[in-house]
Design a binder for this molecule. Structure first.
Ligand code: EPS
Length: 401
C-alpha cells in the first residue's frame, strides 16, 4: 500500500516528500513529474510567486536508471524564492531582528494556528499552511498517476465555474465530456484540452467570462473561488468496499479532495443537486443490452456502495475564494489587541485552475492504493499480470440526465 508524506515551508529551502509502496520496475523519470508540476503552476489569476518559481523535482532515492526499485522514493523541489528569505527562514538562530506577523487573515489558518502551536509569530503558520505544499503533493501523486497509466487508468479535469461564471447547461457539457472520454486518452483528453485554456475551461465564451470575473476581483482587491470537476476512466469494477466505513472509496476520495487547500465542498457526481430530486430521477437504471448489463446514465458518478461500478469516476470540488485579500477584511493586531485591517500578503487572486490539476493528481494515490489492495504485486509486471487476468470492466456512459 502507498504511503505519502510531505514536508517543507513555503519560503523555506525546499519542499521534500516520500512515497513508499510503489512496485518495482515502474518506468519513472523527473520529466513525467515535472509535467504535472508545470501544469499546477499555470492559470489566470496566479500571483507573483509563480513568476519566481519553475517547480522541478529531483528524484533522490528509489529510482535507478529510469525505473523504480521498490524502495521509498524521495523527492525534492527547491524553492527559488528562498534566496529572498534567507535569514527570515533560517533553521539556525539568527542575530538580526525579524519582524513578526501578528495580524491574522480571516479565513486563513493564521489565528487558530498561532493559538494551537503557541507561536509568537504567525509566519510559522503561513509557511506550512500555504498551498505551496500542493507542489510536493502533486509530485508524489504523479508517481501514483504513472502507475495508473500503466493500467490504462486516465485522469482529467476541467474548471466548471469561477465566481458566478460557469456552465448552465449540464446536458451539453456532458455530451462533450462523453465524447472526449471515448478518445485515445480517455479522461485525460479533458485535461489535455482544458490545459489549452488559461482558466482550464473547455468553453471559450465561458472562459472569457471567467477571466473577466478574475480581472474584476483583482481590480477590487478581492479573490474568487470556483468548482472543478475530475473524471477518471479505465477503472475496473470493484475498487473500494462497503463492508467497513474506512474502506469506502468515495470517503477516501472526499478526504483527498477536502485536504486540498481552500476546498470546502466535495461531491461524487452531482451529489448536492441529486439531493433536490426524486429517487427515480437520480438512480441509474440497470438494463440488459445484447445480454450485457449496461447503465444508461452515470448520476452516481462511478461509485455505488463506496465501490467503483465501471462507469467513469466523477468528482466535483468547490474551492472557497483565497483568504488573502488586497482589500482586507477587519482583523485584530494581536500585539495591541486593536481592530485593524488584515495583513496583505502576496498571494493568488484565483487558484481554481491550479486546484483542478491538484485534484486530478491527489486522486491518483487513492485509486492506486485501491488497485494495489485488490490486485497486489511487488513489481509492476506482477501487478499487470494479475490485473490483466482479474480486472473486470463495465460500460462507459457519462450522460447524467
Ligand atoms: C503557492 C505559493 C504561495 C502562494 C499560494 C500558493 O506563494 P507566496 O506565498 O510566496 O506568494 O502564492 O499560496 C496560497 C494561496 C496560500 O493560501 O497560502 C503555490 O506554490 O501554489
Amino acid at each position: 500500500m502507498l504511503r505519502l508524506l510531505t514536508a517543507g515551508e513555503s519560503h523555506g529551502r525546499a519542499l521534500v516528500g516520500i512515497i513508499e509502496g510503489v512496485p518495482s520496475n515502474l518506468e519513472l523519470n523527473a520529466e513525467y513529474i515535472n509535467h504535472q508540476l508545470h501544469r499546477r503552476q499555470q492559470g489566470y489569476g496566479r500571483g507573483g510567486r509563480m513568476k519566481i518559481e519553475t517547480d522541478r523535482v529531483e528524484i533522490l532515492t528509489g529510482v535507478r536508471h529510469g525505473k523504480t526499485i521498490g524502495s521509498p522514493i524521495s523527492l525534492v523541489i527547491w524553492n527559488r524564492d528562498f534566496e529572498n528569505w534567507g535569514e527570515k527562514m533560517a533553521a539556525e538562530p539568527v542575530k538580526v531582528e525579524i519582524e513578526k506577523v501578528l495580524i491574522p487573515r480571516p479565513g486563513h489558518a493564521d489565528l487558530v494556528g498561532k493559538y494551537k502551536y503557541g507561536y509568537d509569530d504567525i509566519r510559522n503558520v503561513i509557511e506550512r499552511a500555504s498551498a505551496r505544499e500542493t507542489a510536493m503533493r502533486v509530485a508524489l501523486s504523479a508517481v501514483a498517476r504513472r502507475l495508473l497509466s500503466e493500467l490504462g487508468v486516465r485522469i482529467g479535469s476541467h474548471v466548471f465555474s469561477i465566481g458566478n461564471a460557469g456552465y448552465k447547461d449540464r446536458e451539453e457539457l456532458d455530451s462533450m465530456l462523453a465524447k472526449m472520454m471515448k478518445l485515445e486518452h480517455g479522461a485525460e483528453e479533458i485535461a489535455i484540452e482544458a490545459d489549452d485554456s488559461e482558466v482550464r475551461c473547455l468553453d471559450k465564451s465561458i472562459a472569457d467570462r471567467m477571466i473577466q470575473q478574475i480581472k474584476r476581483a483583482k481590480k477590487l482587491g478581492d479573490t474568487l473561488g470556483g468548482i472543478v470537476e475530475v473524471f477518471v476512466t479505465g477503472l475496473p469494477i470493484g475498487l473500494g468496499s462497503y463492508v467497513e466505513f474506512d474502506r469506502k472509496l468515495d470517503g477516501q476520495l472526499a478526504q483527498a479532495m477536502m485536504s486540498i487547500h481552500a476546498i470546502k465542498g466535495v461531491e461524487i457526481g452531482e451529489g448536492f443537486r441529486n439531493a433536490t430530486l426524486f429517487g427515480s430521477e437520480v438512480h441509474d437504471e440497470i438494463l440488459l443490452r445484447n445480454k450485457k448489463i449496461v447503465r444508461p446514465t452515470n448520476r452516481a458518478g462511478g461509485l455505488e456502495g463506496g465501490i467503483t461500478n465501471g462507469q467513469p469516476l466523477w468528482i466535483r470540488a468547490a474551492m472557497k475564494p483565497i483568504s488573502t485579500l488586497m482589500k482586507p477584511l477587519k482583523s485584530i493586531d494581536l500585539s495591541k489587541m486593536k481592530t485593524i485591517e488584515a495583513r496583505r500578503e502576496r498571494s493568488d487572486f484565483c487558484a481554481v485552475p491550479a486546484a483542478g490539476v491538484v485534484a486530478e493528481n491527489v486522486a491518483a494515490p487513492v485509486l492506486a492504493n485501491a488497485i494495489l489492495e485488490k490486485f497486489g504485486g511487488d513489481s509492476i509486471g506482477e501487478l499487470k499480470e494479475r490485473y490483466s487476468r482479474e480486472a473486470f470492466f463495465g460500460s462507459t456512459v457519462v450522460k447524467t440526465q
